[in-house]
Design a protein around this ligand. Structure first.
Ligand SMILES: [Zn+2]
Ligand SMILES: [Zn+2]
Length: 264
């Protein structure tokens, strides 16, 4: 089972490299976060996504979930599964799919079926769960609200997603335990001169990313995401100084293939 990862653009046909909403697509069938999922994929592609893992309740990670489920509803052959910690599931149920902002699709039957369109699946920190041949382990990180990063293990490769985080130890320790670790997609929201804001809001800067990755005990590509559009140029310039440590900005829309020793 290969591991393919794409950071989706913010909307369909958006070829810019600015990212204000977060969704990763894994192997066409799994999404991590739904910030842009429902805005950036057309109906047929969206219909392949049967599983959505939410890392936390912030809007830039859940904004398009209501649109995604409504878009895909007529094509649904099985319930769309939403995985998150109980607190995040409750936030989504109370404030988003609450019958006011949007219908609660976990109470709406799929066309021609007695099964509901949406299924909420609680997950717990450090308890692995398997989806379509990938093992995911949620690891708590350091953000404004309870947030999990994810360790994603396929047969030949392990890739880690920090989600939104400031300085933290556990996810770097968890990543270091995997001999086939290939890459870490890490928060790098703000430039170095905004370090105070980054720390207050639970994010990282290029300098902090470099310091954090020194906690890793094995090599991996460090791919920076969540770069705020307004200060993106500054972040890119500062990341260039850390290039020799395999730290680079993500290419939005590119499909990264992680299988075996060589990464593409
Ligand atoms: Zn956040
Ligand atoms: Zn965010």
């Amino acid at each position: 089972m290969p591991l393919q990862v794409q950071l989706l653009p913010t909307s369909l046909g958006d070829h810019s490299q600015t990212q204000s909403l977060t969704s990763f697509l894994i192997n066409d069938t799994i999404a991590i976060d739904a910030g842009s999922l429902g805005f950036s994929l057309g109906g047929a592609q969206l219909a392949n996504v049967g599983h959505v893992i939410l890392t936390h309740s912030h809007l830039d990670h859940i904004a398009s979930l209501p649109i995604a489920i409504a878009e895909v509803f007529p094509r649904l052959k099985r319930s769309m599964r939403i995985y998150a910690t109980p607190g995040v599931l409750k936030a989504v149920q109370d404030h988003l799919l609450n019958g006011v902002i949007w219908p609660d699709f976990s109470r709406i039957k799929m066309l021609g079926s007695n099964n509901m369109a949406l299924e909420f699946i609680p997950i717990e920190p450090r308890i692995p769960f398997d989806i379509d041949g990938i093992r995911f382990t949620p690891i708590p990180v350091n953000h404004e609200v309870p947030t999990i990063g994810l360790v994603a293990q396929a047969a030949d490769a392990t890739v880690v997603f920090t989600s939104d985080t400031c300085c933290t130890d556990d996810i770097w320790a968890a990543a270091s335990t995997h001999s086939n670790l290939r890459a870490i997609f890490v928060d790098c929201s703000f430039p170095d001169e905004m370090e105070q804001l980054a720390i207050q809001s639970g994010h990282l800067t290029p300098r902090l990313v470099a310091a954090e990755t020194a906690k890793l005990t094995r090599p991996a590509k460090i791919i920076c995401v969540h770069i705020k559009p307004d200060t993106r140029d500054k972040v890119l310039a500062q990341l260039a100084a850390h290039h020799e440590r395999q730290i680079s900005p993500v290419e939005i829309g590119k499909t990264y293939h992680f299988n075996g020793v060589d990464n593409v």
